[in-house]
Write a protein that binds this ligand. Structure first.
Ligand SMILES: Cc1cc2nc3c(=O)[nH]c(=O)nc-3n(C[C@H](O)[C@H](O)[C@H](O)COP(=O)(O)O)c2cc1C
Length: 340
């Protein structure tokens, strides 16, 4: 099957795949804040899909589109099977994880260690591109361990693009495969955006999006002057209101007739919690945990967050918890010193 060349604007902004965070409930929440931004799933391994409950792993809400499925794996046949499952379920893109340094991932021969075997990645990409009609993309780092040279990432992108991948989402740090935890690997290796910018200059026909350490709309705009897209991870999760400006600022969307409010979003989430409870028994707190950043920077945010994350309230219905949380909205908090 052949793929029409993807429209680069599809990748202009995206929320990064984050294991334990960007599940379908989180993506539903993010979609209330931005219509256009591309949302990535958490990584799903080929093993989990092939040997586990694929329907459960692939389940998502129709409202989430555009939504990309991130796969972890390295066996071309398995990747092709899983890409087909993702396409059949309705995902808009299949993304291969070549950037994650965690132990578990290393053992299964996938994630960032795959950057050391560009041919294997190319074979996996080719198998997927041949299997599906939706875009197949790769998320990777600028290098592994102490390999600092630009040539390494340039050759990786060159080899993998020849196999049919036209879109690269590049976390602008090396992955150090030994001695650092996954969290440290997102903080300690230095950010080197200029290497990602150079990729775009050397491969003008490819879609190149940059990821890592982007926190403000000004930083996004700065990156978009050099590359096709910006992928935002932690800041989108912790400060999700940032996303409410993206459709207008970066996609030229018209302002909404009624401006979005945090109150309306919170209420829409309460409705969603009730539906999720009825549909598949998902408890409200597994959903509320993803929206704790909604009032980031507002008066009363900390107390509001404490209500929505209070384990003692688990037996209550979501709407009752919501009513309790409202008591703190808009109220100035006591200074830390007054509380202790
Ligand atoms: C909790 C958490 C889980 C993550 N899980 C994944 C994952 O499953 N797949 C992946 O490619 N990257 C994963 N990442 C890395 C992010 O996608 C992203 O590359 C990284 O956080 C840097 O972007 P940021 O500085 O905007 O957060 C994870 C990051 C975090 C914080």
């Amino acid at each position: 099957m052949s793929v029409a060349f993807p429209d680069p604007s599809f990748w202009r902004l995206s929320v990064a795949p984050m294991m334990g965070w960007t599940d379908r409930h989180c993506r539903f929440f993010h979609r209330l804040l931005t219509r256009r931004t591309l949302l990535y799933t958490e990584m799903v391994t080929t093993g989990a899909l092939i040997h586990g409950n694929a329907a459960q792993h692939l389940h998502f809400n129709e409202e989430e589109h555009p939504v990309a499925l991130q796969l972890g794996g390295s066996e071309p046949v398995d990747l092709a099977v899983c890409a087909r499952l993702g396409e059949a379920r309705g995902y808009d893109e299949i993304n291969l994880n070549c950037g994650c340094p965690s132990e578990r991932v290393l053992k299964g021969a996938f994630g960032a260690c795959l950057m050391g075997d560009a041919r294997l990645v190319a074979d996996g990409v080719k198998a997927m591109v041949d299997a599906v009609a939706i875009p197949v993309t790769v998320k990777h780092r600028i290098g592994i361990d102490k390999i600092e040279s630009y040539d390494f990432v340039r050759d990786f992108v060159g080899t993998v693009s020849e196999a049919g991948c036209k879109v690269f989402l590049v976390h602008a740090r090396n992955a150090w495969l030994q001695g650092l935890s996954p969290k440290e690997n997102r903080e300690i290796p230095p950010l080197r955006y200029e290497l990602v910018h150079r990729l775009k200059r050397d491969f003008p026909g490819l879609v190149i999006a940059v990821n890592g350490g982007i926190k403000t709309n000004a930083q996004i705009a700065e990156q978009l002057a050099h590359v096709d897209g910006a992928m935002i991870g932690r800041e989108a999760y912790h400060n999700p209101w940032l996303m409410t400006e993206w459709d207008q600022t970066f996609y030229g969307a018209a302002p909404p007739v009624e401006p979005l409010t945090r109150e309306a979003v919170e209420l829409a989430m309460v409705d969603y919690m009730e539906r999720a409870q009825d549909d598949d028994g998902a408890p409200w707190y597994s959903i509320a945990s993803h929206m704790l950043g909604l009032r980031h920077g507002e008066h009363g945010a900390r107390k509001w967050r404490q209500v929505w994350s209070n384990h003692k309230l688990k037996p209550l219905p979501a709407r009752e918890v919501w009513a309790m949380a409202q008591e703190h909205v808009g109220h100035a908090e006591l200074a830390e010193s007054e509380l202790s």
